[in-house]
Design a protein around this ligand. Sequence first.
Ligand SMILES: [Zn+2]
Length: 195
Amino acid sequence: MSIKLKPIIVKKIPEPYVEPDALIVNRRKFIKNKLLNLMPGFEELANDIEKNIYESVKLMADKYLIHVDDNNDNFINLYVEKAKSIVLNLDPTSYVNNTYLLPMVLQGNITPETLVSLKPVDMFPERWQSHTDKLNKEAKLGSTHYSAGQGTSDLFFCGKCKNRKTTYYQLQTRSADEPLTSFISCSVCGNHWKE
Ligand SMILES: [Zn+2]
């Protein structure tokens, strides 16, 4: 007598499909950590800055006709370049030597939204002073690309120490529809702002 064994059918359970991380994910983690190291205890702010960098790069990519795709090298490079310039300016010990920006961001004087929209000259007015001086000279020599001015003035009021002793410089590009921007520095308390 033989027993007929029923063949055992092993039902293969399909493994759940896990979407691999997009290439940009590690870059974003790296930048988040860099930011967090610069501002220990300000995790939310660091995350917020990183998120704003990423969102601003999406808009930038659209402008440069770069395909917004977390796996696209060109898009990732754009993100890395933007993030690098912000991290270097926030880090007071980096070669950029910007000791002004991080305190402004930590004190909430510059929001993450504003931070990511700043041009280099706005991120670090002092560092660009010589550049501005050069533009001034060019302007005087008849080049009309920029108009810039600077001086000491009581036109501006320091909201921090309530004095009117300030130095400032102003910059305007001819092409842009941007208004004249004044970079003001308080001679009494060292407060910096922009109007
Ligand atoms: Zn002041």
